[in-house]
Design a protein around this ligand. Sequence first.
Ligand code: SF4
Ligand code: SF4
Ligand code: SF4
Length: 264
Amino acid sequence: MKWSPEADKAMQKVPFFVRKKVRQKVEQYTWDKGKTLVGIADVKAAKKKFLSSMSTDIKGYQLDRCFGASGCPHGAMSCEGIMEKAEAVFMEEDILGFLKKEVKGDLKYHHEFRMSCADCPNGCSQPQIKDVGILGAVTPRLTDETCSQCLACVAVCPDLCISLDDNAKAPSIDFDACMMCGKCINACPSGTIDEGEKGFRVQLGGRLGRHPRLAMEIPRLMSELEVLEVLKRALAFYKIHSKNGTRFSKMLRPEHIQVIIPAK
Ligand code: SF4
Ligand code: SF4
Ligand code: SF4
C-alpha cells in the first residue's frame, strides 16, 4: 500500500503509541475501497469511521509479544506459553468490565492495561515501558569442561561481562552485569560455559507519556507459572487501587512489589 506525501504527513500528527494501529485501519479502509494509494481524503474518512468505532475496539488490555517466534536467532526463552495463558487471565479478570464500570465517559486506548513479552533481554516489544513486562532469560554457568581459550565468549558478550586473563584456565563472568541473554552459552564450543537457570525476568510499572518511567524489575528469574501468578496479583492490586482509569504504573511504588511477588 502506497501513501501520498500529504496523507503520510497527516499520520505524523497521530500520537505514536496508536499510530501503528491507526495506520493499519486507514490502509484497511483504503483497501476496502479498492484502492492501493492512501490519500488525505482516505485518512480523514477513515479517522471519522475509526473514532466512531473506537470504543467497541477497546478490549481493556493490550498484550504484545516480540517477533521472536518468527525465527529470531536471539531468543533465550520463548514467551509463547505465557502469551496464551495471560490472554485467559485477562479474560477471567474481566478487565474490560472493570474499566467500563470505573471510567467515566468513553473508554480510550490509554486506559488499557498493558503487558508485553520478549523472548530475550533485547526487549524489542518494549516490556520496560509496560504495566507488566516479561523478558526471556538464561543465565550462563561455568562447568569443569576444559576451556580452549578461543575467546569466542569474550567476543560475543554484548555487555562486556566476560574476561579471560592470560594465565586463567577459564573465563570470569561478571554476573551482576550479565543480562542473561545466553549468547556466550551458544558461542562456547567446549561446553565450558553452559546453561544455568532459565526463566523470565519480570518488570512492573513502566510507562511513557508526560511522566515516563522504566518498569521496576523483580530481583529473580521466574517460571511461567510464577509469571502468571504475578499477572493475577498485579491485576488484583490494580482493581483495588485504580480509580477512574488510573494507570497501574501511577499507583505502583517500590514497596508494593513485595505484595505482588509470589512466595518462592
Ligand atoms: S526481543 Fe530478542 S528474541 Fe525477541 S525479536 Fe527482539 S531480539 Fe529477537
Ligand atoms: S549471558 Fe549474555 S550478557 Fe551474560 S555473560 Fe553471557 S553473553 Fe554476556
Ligand atoms: S569458555 Fe568457551 S568460548 Fe570462552 S574461551 Fe573458553 S572455550 Fe572459548
